[in-house]
Design a protein around this ligand. Structure first.
Ligand SMILES: C[S@@+](CC[C@H](N)C(=O)[O-])C[C@H]1O[C@@H](n2cnc3c(N)ncnc32)[C@H](O)[C@@H]1O
Length: 221
């Protein structure tokens, strides 16, 4: 991965150029990204995975939007847990671009079937699907926790803190309300995060955090 910071990505061509510049995907990785994009669009006719209005801008809105999280964790290694993965956003995109062991947590059966289908079709042996509510998933330490459009920030943290360690990296795309949501957290939690600009939406921000949220911090302002 090379270190290049572009301005906002506006179309598929720019998204692909950015992916190329930052991750230098192999031919196999490009093929997997293309295949995932095709499978996602096809499956969207059968179940509601992404807004139909976002299909023309799929490479910006979903592929690059997911991949940008990995760019914030270039040096990371070890277990990545993607909460409420839906159709694999961002988890499957990250799994295509890296070798990180990836746990996709998703409660809806049909979405999990799609996740397993993609992982099998693309031969992503490092992907594991937990077909369950996060609340029922056995605790394991996560090097990285991501969650896109999963839950309000305070609930997200309350549900996932048991997976965090002192070294956990949190990557939480939070749209337009990122700063507001962060400000509502207890100050000890706020201090764990900084705010990054999204490359795919001028108004969106990503909360990038580090560390564990200990039981003593919960609820303390
Ligand atoms: C709005 S979708 C977002 C999906 C995907 N991350 C994306 O950005 O397209 C939220 C997903 O979280 C899943 N979900 C919600 N609550 C959950 C829970 N407690 N445990 C596991 N999955 C959950 C839903 O089934 C849904 O697929």
């Amino acid at each position: 991965m090379r270190n290049e910071t572009p301005s906002l990505l506006v179309d598929g061509e720019q998204a692909r150029a950015w992916l190329d510049a930052v991750f230098s995907p192999s031919a196999r990785q490009w093929e997997r990204l293309e295949r995932f994009a095709t499978m996602l669009v096809a499956e969207n006719d059968r179940q509601n995975l992404i807004a139909a209005s976002t299909i023309p801008s799929l490479w910006v809105r979903h592929i690059a939007d997911s991949a940008q999280l990995l760019a914030f964790d270039r040096e990371g290694e070890g277990q990545w847990i993607d909460l409420g993965s839906g159709p694999g956003l961002p988890g499957l995109v990250v799994a295509i671009l890296s070798e990180r062991p990836m746990l996709l947590v998703e409660s809806r059966k049909r979405r999990c079937a799609f996740l397993r289908d993609v992982a099998e079709a693309l031969d992503l042996a490092h992907v594991e699907v937990a077909e369950a509510r996060l609340e029922a998933v056995a605790t394991r330490p996560a090097a990285t926790i991501s969650a896109r459009a999963f839950a309000p920030l305070d609930r997200l943290i309350a549900l996932s803190t048991r997976f965090s360690t002192a070294n956990t990296r949190w990557l939480l795309p939070k749209g337009r309300n990122a700063v507001k949501e962060l400000a509502l957290l207890p100050s000890a939690w706020q201090r764990m995060f900084h705010v990054e600009q999204s490359l795919t939406d001028a108004d969106s921000r990503i909360l990038v955090g580090a560390g564990a949220i200990g039981a003593r911090q919960r609820g303390k302002r």
